[in-house]
Design a protein around this ligand. Structure first.
Ligand code: IDP
Ligand code: MG
Length: 160
């Protein structure tokens, strides 16, 4: 309630964050979720999910002409992923910083990929690259009714 009073709705964005199958297999789910929780963003949706090839191809449609596209689709569909919708002012760009560069060897220490991965083809997590793509991806991965409308008791202690 307080957040709505002090932050214009237009400024609030959502980012689609996904822990990829390697992150799930390597037991990094808690570690990765924890980084977004501790930063102070609001979790609006969360599920463990085995995605189809069609969904993976739709999600990554901008990359369909890349040589690595078939192996990317195999990777993303190789096991369950954790789908998340995170909300907050500036969450899209901030999540990209928390995640780090696409190539984990170039990602800064302190970022998720910089700390937890070594190869682009196994870079443990996805984050939307724009607010529009955040909306598109959340609509793609979550069904009606799967997101929760709620307010965190922490909000007045995060936003003045
Ligand atoms: P991003 O995930 O940092 O936004 P994108 O360029 O959008 O990076 O690529 C999407 C995903 O495709 C990457 O996270 C990675 O899993 C995979 N990918 C990108 N480039 C390569 C590559 O050169 N080889 C193998 N996989 C790649
Ligand atoms: Mg991308």
């Amino acid at each position: 309630v307080q957040r709505c009073r002090i932050v214009a709705a237009a400024e609030v964005e959502q980012s689609y964050i996904m822990i990829k199958p390697d992150g799930v297999q390597r037991g990094l789910v808690g570690e990765i979720i924890s980084r977004f929780e501790k930063k102070g963003f609001l979790l609006k949706g969360l599920k463990l999910f085995q995605c189809s090839k069609d969904l993976a191809q739709e999600h990554y449609k901008d990359l369909k002409d890349k040589p690595f596209f078939p192996t990317l689709i195999d990777y993303i569909t190789s096991g369950p992923v954790v789908c998340m919708a995170w909300e907050g002012v500036g969450v899209v760009a901030s999540a990209r910083k928390l995640i780090g560069a696409t190539n984990p060897l170039q990602a800064e220490p302190g970022t998720i990929r910089g700390d937890l991965a070594v190869q682009t083809g196994r870079n443990v997590v996805h984050g939307s690259d724009s607010p529009d793509n955040g909306k598109r991806e959340i609509a793609l991965w979550f069904k009606e009714g799967e997101l929760c409308e709620w307010e965190s008791v922490q909000t007045p202690w995060l936003i003045e």
